[in-house]
Design a protein around this ligand. Structure first.
Ligand SMILES: Nc1ncnc2c1ncn2[C@@H]1O[C@H](COP(=O)(O)OP(=O)(O)OP(=O)(O)O)[C@@H](O)[C@H]1O
Length: 257
């Protein structure tokens, strides 16, 4: 069963068709990868899915419900969490605080704090945050200000924040960009474990040499369209995929296929 589907999504920027009739399916408990050369529309696709850009045409269906063009906070409440580079103000917070501020429905916690249950409520979240940090292998860093962390450790904090947000689908833009290979593999191992525990992933990533063996299905974009889809073996021998990457490789060798 698909947790997410897009149907003929299109998005224009001043006459430029950044998305041109994009239809994808993301089955539950899968890691689905979107690849393509620079400017092919990958970020626009995940921005439209997560409500950060409005679609001009088409639909986004999550768990059978039409969520097209809903605002990001509403989409977040459905269980779709987009990871970002950690913004500057959050970098001053500790790792633990970063997870605690990601708890959804802050309004509810205010309501609960008016009643008797607030102490156990707070404790419950601190405990949950510790469990997540332990799972991610960064519990020893709980009191560290986030600006002191390495790029890879920050990626793990981003994942921790998504898990605090009760994510069913985690949408990640370049989760291993700039991360050393050993830590990249360790991050991707964690994603695989989370997948086995029920989480689904939609990922945009350029580091194909590292990520391909972890993913279940791949969509390839070029000029706002899906030009190929399938498993690793099919994608790597698809002439159209080779063509767009070879074309891109004349400018810069980025995909490492
Ligand atoms: N906010 C925007 N305003 C105008 N044009 C935009 C905007 N965002 C993206 N575009 C254009 O839409 C097209 C697709 O861009 P997008 O960022 O989605 O590609 P991408 O595949 O994610 O590229 P990269 O791999 O470099 O991140 C590009 O031509 C880009 O210049």
């Amino acid at each position: 069963m698909n947790i997410l589907e897009t149907h003929n999504l299109s998005k224009f920027f001043d006459g430029l068709k950044a998305l041109d009739g994009v239809s994808i399916e993301v089955p539950r408990q899968n890691i689905v990868l979107v690849i393509g050369p620079n400017g092919s529309g990958k970020s626009t696709l995940i921005n439209v899915i997560t409500g950060f850009h409005q679609a001009d045409e088409g639909k986004v269906i999550f768990e059978g419900e039409d969520i097209t063009n809903k605002p990001p906070h509403e989409i977040y409440r459905h269980g779709i969490v987009r990871t970002f580079q950690t913004p500057q103000p959050l970098k001053k917070l500790t790792v633990l605080e970063n997870l605690l501020v990601a708890v959804p429905h802050p309004g509810e916690s205010i309501l609960r704090s008016l009643g008797r249950g607030w102490v156990s409520y707070e404790e419950e979240y601190v405990e949950k945050a510790y469990e997540i940090l332990e799972f991610l292998g960064i519990d020893h860093l709980w009191h560290q200000e986030s600006y002191k962390l390495s790029g890879g450790q920050l990626k793990l904090v981003e994942i921790g924040r998504a898990l605090m947000g009760e994510a069913k689908l985690i949408v990640m833009d370049e989760p291993i960009a700039g991360v050393a290979p050993a830590l990249s593999h360790s991050i991707l191992d964690k994603l695989t474990k989370l997948k086995e525990m029920g989480v689904t992933f939609l990922i945009v990533e350029h580091r194909l040499d590292i990520i391909l063996k972890y993913v279940d299905y791949i969509y390839v974009m070029a000029n706002g369209k899906i030009i190929a889809e399938g498993r690793e073996e099919e994608i790597l021998k698809n002439p159209e995929v080779i063509e767009v990457y070879l074309g891109a490789a004349h400018g810069e060798a980025e995909c490492g296929v």
